[in-house]
Design a protein around this ligand. Structure first.
Ligand SMILES: CC(C)(COP(=O)(O)OP(=O)(O)OC[C@H]1O[C@@H](n2cnc3c(N)ncnc32)[C@H](O)[C@@H]1OP(=O)(O)O)[C@@H](O)C(=O)NCCC(=O)NCCS
Length: 149
């Protein structure tokens, strides 16, 4: 297998991203229209890791400097636990002083990923998610090394 490549997603990737959403977030996948709207947004960011033409992992986020917010990060089941999500999120965080995200309380894999990259839990939003109803854990990463005095 050729080395996986990390690159910004384009509108041509939207159909594959939608298929990935259906696989990775079967309870609430983003639609084609939502993905298109995200890609059109001036603050929207979308990155993918692909290998041999296959979409392996992706990240959907927004940036309003100096802050970022992660909406989605997912690795296709076949490619999990190979470091792809860590690579995507690390690259997104590289020049970002402040980043927020929220995640289902039961999503331990994602929470471990976030905590391993320095995210701190700042709160809980009770019953935030539906289908099934579940709390959201709010996370923040504040990289003091970016502060310019
Ligand atoms: C969460 C998810 C993105 C992790 O992707 P991944 O590419 O497999 O993760 P990585 O291989 O980069 O792992 C990075 C770290 O995440 C944590 N992690 C990943 N999978 C884990 C698992 N099954 N159980 C526990 N921790 C896990 C570990 O801390 C891991 O570091 P380590 O390998 O040093 O132990 C993936 O499981 C996924 O796509 N889940 C479905 C979508 C989702 O829930 N996304 C998050 C909410 S938006």
């Amino acid at each position: 297998m050729t080395a996986p490549v990390c690159r910004p997603a384009t509108k041509a990737d939207i159909p594959l991203l939608q298929e990935a959403e259906a696989l990775c977030f079967p309870r609430d996948p983003w639609s084609l229209a939502q993905l298109a709207s995200h890609m059109d947004s001036a603050v929207g960011r979308a990155w993918i890791i692909e290998a041999e033409g296959a979409l392996c992992a992706y990240l959907l986020a927004s940036v309003i400097p100096p802050e970022g917010e992660v909406f989605r990060i997912a690795t296709l089941p076949l490619y999990r636990q190979k470091g792809y999500a860590r690579r995507l999120l690390s690259a997104f965080l590289a020049d970002l002083p402040l980043c927020y995200l929220e995640v289902r309380a039961s999503n331990l894999a994602a929470r471990r990923l976030y905590e391993s990259l320095g995210f701190i839990q700042t709160g809980v939003r009770p019953d935030y998610y539906q289908n099934p109803t579940e709390d959201a854990c709010l996370y923040k990463k504040n990289d003091d090394t970016h502060i310019r005095l």
